[in-house]
Design a protein. Sequence first.
Length: 77
Amino acid sequence: MPSPGDALAATLAVVVALAATMLAVLSALPPPAPAGPPAGCREWTDGCVVCRRDSSGIACSTPGIACAIRPLRCLRR
């Protein structure tokens, strides 16, 4: 049977491993897609995602690994 100190060390190791896993998963989540295009804009970006509106609807790119969300900016009217 393990000593109380060994049990505590094992418990802390599991807690630290779970916390590290949760942080890794949360940091890998993509940023939210832009809320909506600026009025009259056909292509826009928030610094992470580029979206385009055409006859079939709105399509957005996949965000990059290390993007910084900025205010929406119109690229093409």
